[in-house]
Design a protein around this ligand. Structure first.
Ligand SMILES: *Cc1c(COP(=O)(O)O)cnc(C)c1O
Length: 460
């Protein structure tokens, strides 16, 4: 499989090149040059999750990885999940299901892809006898998933910045109680945006970047989107193979775009419902054609507190019929004016597949309470946004699957407000609370961070 950049200027690459670069040289995102079709094995009714994952994703890695290496890698990843079905479906209402994507080591859906990404990096780097330093900033879930995915790997050191005092206790402990020496957690005295600015500034230091071989694992990496296509196929096959709608609580648009990719591969998925919190740029776009940025406001679903959805460029590329220079022009105009100029016909094309619905904090808590009263199940606030959006927009005659993206115990304060008590803490999270924490507390200063890297991070 060859990959091309959404902006059309970068030379095509194979899978391992796409994996290691993340972003294309022209600033675009990597997309497969052609969509493979789901074959019989990918649609096999009885397949387990890991077998399905191999069958669905195999064409994407062809030419970059040995098939048997990829099969074994996926089997190892999903054997580490706490639920034997990996991503079980549970029924919420007539024709409405939840797909639980939170049974991985950090209790959020990001594990499904990040666990595979860590091992993929390791596989490719070992084959090349190379090492890298992964640098990232997190507002919670991504950092925990990345730490868990690469801890103990010989080929990777990880530097993860988080805003001191601004993430939940559970999220912090998931990063700071890890003992492996290749993990370097930095508690920055600043906001999430300060963390991101420092990471960007690090990447801009060409000499340091090359000496320490900086890489990123953020959600624009194609390998993450690719691995996320699997659960859409898995859900639809288990519901009988007919048309299925999906409701997806969205931030960076990586998760829901993976569903769109599965549809390009032949999945009968006629409708995607995009759930937003009060940071509703995606809902405004799909409902009113207005994609314009506003200041980010904190919400009960912090992993969706985003105003620029970086994976949206993949959909834009599709809507503009893969015209790279047109994508580049649209993105430049968006960056400059804060508003995406898209013509009516293309917006209508997007509307045929997507609908958007925004759910504010009050309605998020109301949905947690409602689901709990009706079914006895407790959903986390991100999941509640998706369920509320599904209730608002679904076609009752078509099965709808709402993706459950985090375990409720990760967000106990919101749950307590909604239903009057905290969700029980799973053993793995309770054990974390007993362990010593380790993080480098640091002032918001690029010089300090560079010194930290030179002194503490193993040089590749
Ligand atoms: C990251 C995240 C999301 C948003 O997913 P995107 O791919 O960024 O749209 C939703 N819920 C949870 C719990 C998350 O961690």
């Amino acid at each position: 499989m060859r990959y091309l950049s959404t902006r059309g200027e970068a030379a095509e690459r194979d899978f391992s090149g796409v994996l290691l670069t993340g972003l294309a040289e022209d600033g675009g995102l990597w997309q497969p040059a052609a969509w493979p079709r789901l074959d019989e094995a990918a649609r096999a009714p009885g397949a387990g999750y890991a077998a399905r994952a191999f069958a669905v994703t195999r064409p994407f890695v062809a030419g970059g990885l040995e098939a048997e290496d990829w099969r074994a890698l996926l089997a190892g990843v999903y054997a580490g999940f706490r639920h034997p079905a990996t991503a079980p479906l549970v029924q919420l209402d007539t024709n409405l299901w939840l797909m639980e994507l939170f049974h991985g080591p950090t209790f959020a859906f990001k594990d499904l892809a990040m666990q595979a990404l860590g091992r993929l990096f390791d596989l490719v780097l070992k084959a090349r006898s190379e090492r890298i330093t992964i640098i990232g900033a997190t507002s919670g879930d991504t950092g925990a998933a990345a730490v868990e995915a690469v801890r103990g790997l010989e080929t990777i050191d990880l530097v993860m910045l988080y805003p001191h005092g601004r993430i939940s206790d559970v999220q912090r402990r998931q990063m700071t109680t890890v003992e492996e020496p290749n993990i370097h957690t930095v508690a920055l005295e600043g906001t999430f945006d300060d963390c991101q600015d420092l990471v960007k500034a690090l990447f801009a230091d060409t000499r340091l970047r090359e000496e320490w071989r900086f890489a990123a694992v953020n959600s624009i990496n194609w390998a993450r989107v690719m691995v996320q296509t699997v659960y859409y196929v898995h859900a639809a096959v288990q519901l009988g193979g007919g048309p299925v709608a999906f409701s997806v609580p969205s931030g960076n648009f990586g998760n829901v775009y993976a569903g769109c990719a599965a549809r390009e591969m032949g999945l009968d998925a006629p409708r995607f419902i995009v759930g937003s919190n009060s940071n509703d740029i995606l809902a405004r776009f799909f409902e009113a054609g207005d994609m314009s940025t506003r200041p980010v406001t904190p919400s009960w679903s912090p992993s969706m507190d985003i105003q620029v959805s970086s994976n949206f460029e993949r959909l834009l590329h599709d809507l503009l019929e893969r015209d790279g220079p047109a994508v580049a022009r649209h993105m430049a105009a968006f960056r400059q004016s804060g508003r995406l100029p898209l013509d009516e016909a293309r917006w209508q094309a997007a509307r045929r597949l997507f609908r958007g619905h925004a759910v504010d904090d009050e309605d998020t808590l109301a949905e947690i309470a409602r689901t709990h009263a009706a079914t006895g199940m407790t959903v986390d606030p991100h999941t509640a946004v998706g369920v509320a959006a599904a209730r608002a927009l679904r076609d009752p005659a078509m099965p709808t699957v709402a993706l459950a993206t985090a375990h409720p115990a990760k967000f106990p304060d919101a749950v307590e407000r909604a239903i009057g008590r905290r969700p029980p803490l799973p053993d793995a999270l309770a054990a974390q609370a007993e362990r010593p924490e380790r993080a480098a507390r640091m002032a918001n200063d690029l010089g300090l961070l560079k010194t930290f890297i030179r002194e503490r991070v193993r040089r590749p």
